[in-house]
Design a protein around this ligand. Structure first.
Ligand SMILES: Cc1ncc(C[n+]2csc(CCOP(=O)(O)OP(=O)(O)O)c2C)c(N)n1
Ligand SMILES: [Mg+2]
Length: 544
């Protein structure tokens, strides 16, 4: 058996259903021969984003895999891998490598060396005999501990070699670690003692599928819940205890409750400092539960901490808290939910003119509000993009089903959302998968709308076209005035049609809902749809 065929067989053993890639890499052909669906993108970055979504929306139970060629393919993939690293997404990256004879000779690109800082492990297979060991190491790393990309580089001449002997591969185990019981008691004690606790859930809850436990703990403690952007949808945002998600822009109730908290309990989150996460108010008492000890005491100082899988941690905490509360809540619910509801009502009232605006060009908030009320919210998976669309969407979109929102932003590459929606749709062909982006974002990855058409991945792409990088207007005032440096332009509905998809340009408020309905219908028929809404250069955000 050739090394490339052995890799394909290992992917099958690991439950990989799609190999996303860009030629030339012998593993792509070997995968097709082994009946793994191969999906060829128009550029590597989008393919990596698709693989990324495969892992995200399955809580890492299916690992997204991407293969590309040596040299340009490997060089051009850097952004996609770096994004997955920034947002801690477990993917397997399989670059080809230059033949061994010249693999380490300048200027040839060496992936194992160059990807060191954006992967959890990066290995170059230099003899056929190392194939199984290298793949076993990679899958063990990617399925365990802190999720992050792993990379295995196969020089092209190695891929063509025969594996010595028969293939012997057992899928890597997925192991969980739980917190120290003494620390669990201390955190439970603090949670019970707190008068105004707030729970802050990160994506660790998604990867551990600990949604039920999170809800049970919140309801037992009668504590309000928020999430990071990555953790958004870990707790139903229509629940009376929900404060909505953190991010650059947030709800007023979140701002209020965080500031009034006497204990913030972070579960499955990193608390990493970022522009795209709500900052914890200075001086707050924090209890931090997370998988990776490297995150403890990194950005926020803590004396209360738990290291472990979010589900095991919450299970253990629930038991401890139940014991202390004699199994039932203390009767705080009415007061807490009334306080949340009061501020939420006031906040929404303030935003309602923007959310229901009849103005033209359209208010981006109106588009989002109509979208939210047109789709069956339990069904879709939606993701934002970098820039204003994220900050406009995340506070107002109420995600109700786990993993119904793909949030991101530890690093924040324009154009990421398209591939995420496509990867989600691959895994969930029955769900409506939506990416909301701006006209700057489409400039980066828009050509891969053709991949969605060709591969029959019928996503709904909602584009806010304001012919501008509006979010930069403030910081590029002179460049804009002198050289129109923030202006951009395009007819993206026509572009979508030219690529074989459904495309419509919408300019009037009354046309938003009918256009959305038509587009959703097209996606049901198998055609990706792009709706281009002509919007104002909005610069107002729900920031506190
Ligand atoms: C690859 C990359 N380069 C630069 C940026 C910085 N950036 C963030 S948003 C943005 C402009 C966004 O414009 P658009 O998507 O049209 O949204 P708008 O603000 O106009 O609504 C830029 C340049 C980025 N996020 N990613
Ligand atoms: Mg724009």
């Amino acid at each position: 058996m050739k090394v490339a065929d052995a890799v394909a067989q290992i992917l099958i053993a690991e439950g990989v259903k799609f190999l996303i890639g860009y030629p030339v890499n012998q593993i792509i052909e070997a995968a097709a021969e082994a009946d793994i669906r191969t999906i060829i993108v128009r550029q590597e970055r989008t393919g990596l984003h698709m693989a990324d979504a495969v892992s995200r929306v399955t809580s890492g139970e299916q690992i997204g895999v991407f293969a590309m060629q040596h040299g340009p393919g490997a060089e051009n993939s850097f952004g996609g891998v770096a994004q997955a690293y920034g947002d801690s997404v477990p993917i397997v990256v399989l670059p080809g490598g230059y033949p061994r004879r010249i693999a380490n000779v300048p200027p040839n690109f060496n992936s194992a060396l160059n990807y060191r800082h954006v992967t959890k492990s990066a290995e170059q297979v230099i003899v056929a005999d190392a194939t199984v060991d290298a793949m076993r190491r990679a899958f063990t790393q990617v399925k365990n501990g802190r999720p992050r990309p792993v990379l295995v580089e196969f020089p092209v001449d190695v891929l063509r070699e025969e594996l010595p002997g028969p293939l012997n591969y057992e899928p890597a185990p997925r192991l969980r670690v739980g917190p120290d019981p003494r620390d669990t008691s201390r955190v439970a004690e603090a949670l019970v003692a707190a008068e105004r606790p707030v729970i802050y859930a990160g994506q660790g809850v998604h990867y551990a599928k600990a949604w039920r436990q999170l809800r049970e703990l919140a309801e037992l403690l009668e504590a309000p819940v928020t999430t990071s952007l990555q953790g958004k949808s870990a707790f139903p945002e229509t629940h009376p205890l929900s404060l909505g998600s953190g991010g650059r822009s947030i709800s007023k109730q979140l701002h209020h409750f965080l500031n009034a908290a006497d204990l913030i309990f972070g579960i499955g989150c990193s608390f990493a400092t970022t522009n795209y996460g709500v900052a914890m108010p200075k001086g707050k008492r924090i209890a931090h539960a997370t998988l990776d000890p490297a995150d403890i005491n990194k950005d926020v100082p803590v004396t209360l901490a738990l290291v472990g899988d979010a589900a095991l941690t919450l299970d253990a905490l629930l038991q401890e808290v139940r014991d202390r509360l004699k199994g039932k809540p203390r009767g705080r619910l009415a007061a807490v939910t009334q306080e949340i509801r009061g501020i939420k009502t006031e906040w929404l009232k303030q935003w309602m003119p923007r959310l229901t605006s009849e103005g033209m060009p359209l208010s981006p908030y109106r588009v989002i509000w109509d979208l939210l009320h047109t789709v069956d919210v339990a069904n879709p998976i939606i993701t934002h993009d970098a820039g204003s669309p994220r900050d406009q969407l995340s506070p107002f979109w109420e995600a109700t089903a786990p993993l119904g929102y793909i949030g991101w932003g530890k690093t924040t590459q324009l154009g990421y959302g398209l591939g995420l929606a496509m990867g989600a749709k691959l895994v969930h062909p029955d769900k409506l998968c939506i990416n909301l982006w701006g006209d700057a974002a489409i400039g980066f990855t828009g050509m891969d709308f053709e991949t969605a058409v060709r591969e029959r991945i019928p996503i709904l792409s909602v584009l806010l076209n304001n012919f501008s990088m509006a979010i930069e207007l403030k910081v590029m005032a002179t460049a804009t005035e002198k050289y129109r440096s923030t202006d951009i332009s395009g007819d993206y509905a026509a572009f979508a049609r030219a690529l074989g998809g459904w495309g419509e340009r919408v300019t009037e408020p009354g046309e938003i809902v009918p256009a959305l309905k038509r587009a959703v219908e097209r996606t049901r028929e198998g055609t990706p749809a792009l709706l281009e809404f002509i919007t104002e250069k909005a610069v107002d955000f729900s920031i506190f």
